[in-house]
Design a protein around this ligand. Structure first.
Ligand SMILES: Cc1cc2nc3c(=O)[nH]c(=O)nc-3n(C[C@H](O)[C@H](O)[C@H](O)COP(=O)(O)O)c2cc1C
Length: 182
């Protein structure tokens, strides 16, 4: 099984990265690729529409996001993780998200095969329903590309970057995900 995980936090080993690591413990032996957008030399979508001229998923920017897109196209499972900044995903994950444009044809059909996708979020706000509508919107956004969101896991009350260590329930949900869902 090929799995691509995309990290949106600038904090190494923080809550969202640790959430990804815990999630992936169930997939030992699988082909796992992890990309940290903060560490990639990449630009946001320039709306040049070169990707609309063919079925290629090669972006005209030819930067370090291209291997991420190639990896997504080959994956059986996708994991996206981000902290919430100013009521939204981070700018890093937004850059990645807009660059998913490479998968859309001119008629908005997608070049990506249907791929189960799990969304992991970390937030300081305690109320797990605080961003419910926003997370629903993101689920719809990813759906447009054929990234079929099968689960959304939210770590709440996490103003410290090691808060995941105190949340046994979320830890269990992440480490047992493969067992419970596949
Ligand atoms: C610039 C900035 C903005 C933030 N805005 C929010 C916010 O709007 N809502 C929220 O619940 N938490 C907010 N937070 C808190 C983070 O989402 C939270 O600490 C998260 O657990 C960090 O994840 P990480 O350890 O993976 O970086 C913000 C943090 C920063 C640095």
């Amino acid at each position: 099984m090929k799995i691509t995980a995309v990290l949106g936090s600038p904090i190494r080993n923080g809550n969202s990265e640790e959430m990804v690591n815990l999630f992936l413990t169930g997939f030992a032996g699988d082909d796992i690729r992890i990309f940290n957008i903060n560490e990639l030399n990449c630009k946001s979508c320039q709306a040049c529409d070169e990707c609309k001229k063919s079925d290629s998923i090669e972006c005209a920017l030819h930067d370090e996001l291209q291997p991420v897109m190639n990896s997504l196209a080959e994956s059986d499972l996708i994991v996206l993780a981000s902290p919430i900044y100013m009521d939204q995903i981070t700018a890093q994950l937004r850059i990645f998200q807009d660059r998913l444009n490479v998968f859309l044809r001119k008629d908005f059909s997608t070049k990506l095969k249907e791929t189960p996708t799990v969304l992991l979020y970390s937030q300081a706000i305690e109320d797990e329903n605080n961003y419910k509508n926003y997370f629903k919107t993101l689920k719809k956004v990813y759906g447009k590309f054929n990234m079929k969101v099968v689960d959304t896991i939210v770590l709440t009350d996490a103003s410290e970057h090691d808060e995941i260590k105190n949340n046994i329930e979320i830890q269990a949900r992440l480490t047992n995900w493969q067992q419970n869902n596949l």
